[in-house]
Design a protein around this ligand. Structure first.
Ligand SMILES: [Zn+2]
Length: 248
């Protein structure tokens, strides 16, 4: 009996030891498995902002008027807007062909309402397309520099484009729309003659959208019949409250 009991306790020790060893091995393997995954995930933003993929990075940071941004003050009659959280964005369409094709995104609530709007239009034979949605401050910097160069001064450029850090497109709640039948009228005031625009003028508000820069708008920005902002959620409404209530 004594020998049997000794044997049993030795067996118990052996089982316990094996279990412990197994746990150590499993934990070790999991660590090896998950650690590289984390490293890859953390390194993703570095890839996005690497000098190769974004050659104007340092340049843009220098020339963005941070004083006005920090004070929340308008600059050249444009209001400062923060870049939205990228995780909130959803693809709403694509624009351009082949190597120029790009996928445009909006904040989720705005995206869902825009989809409903586009489908509602489609049932009535209206073909609304998305030209441009969310834009980063760095992307706006490229547009801004081109416009300033073309028009000769920041004051002139500001009538047609927002400086980086001041575009409604940074919020993910603003979108440029076009008529799929008249691509040559994209981003021109003649877009107002299309059936897509006529339909938007009547129905956009039912989906929470309004034109940001109608003729003679209070901001003094040139008429942009293609540019619409979403005010259909409390968050979106708050973001554009200044732009709606200030007169220059
Ligand atoms: Zn726009």
């Amino acid at each position: 009996m004594k020998i049997l009991r000794q044997l049993l306790s030795k067996l118990q020790l052996l089982i316990m030891g094996t279990l412990m060893a197994a746990i150590v091995v499993i934990v070790g393997l999991s660590a090896i498995h998950f650690f590289p995954a984390n490293v890859v995930r953390d390194s993703t933003p570095t890839v996005i902002t690497s000098p190769e993929s974004n050659p104007i990075k340092n340049d843009s940071i220098e020339s963005i008027p941070t004083r006005e941004l920090a004070n929340n003050q308008p600059f050249l009659q444009h209001f400062p807007y923060a870049e939205t959280n990228l995780e909130k964005l959803m693809i709403v369409g694509s624009y351009g062909k082949d190597e120029y094709q790009r996928f445009e995104q909006l904040n989720r609530e705005a995206a869902q309402k825009l989809m409903q709007l586009i489908y509602a239009g489609r049932t009535e034979g209206i073909w609304i397309i998305v030209i441009s949605g969310f834009r980063t401050i760095q992307q706006q910097q490229i547009l801004w520099k081109t416009q300033v160069k073309k028009l000769g001064s920041e004051q002139q450029a500001a009538k047609f484009n927002a400086p980086p850090g001041y575009s409604e497109h940074h919020t993910g709640y603003a979108v440029d729309l076009g008529d799929g039948r008249f691509p040559n009228l994209d981003l021109t005031t003649e877009f107002e003659n299309t059936t897509a625009f006529q339909w938007l003028k009547i129905h956009a508000q039912e989906y929470g959208f309004e034109m940001s820069f109608p003729p003679n708008n209070s901001q003094g920005i040139s008429y942009e019949p293609w540019h619409w902002r979403f005010i259909g959620s409390p968050e979106a409404k708050t973001i554009f409250a200044n732009a709606k209530n200030t007169k220059f």
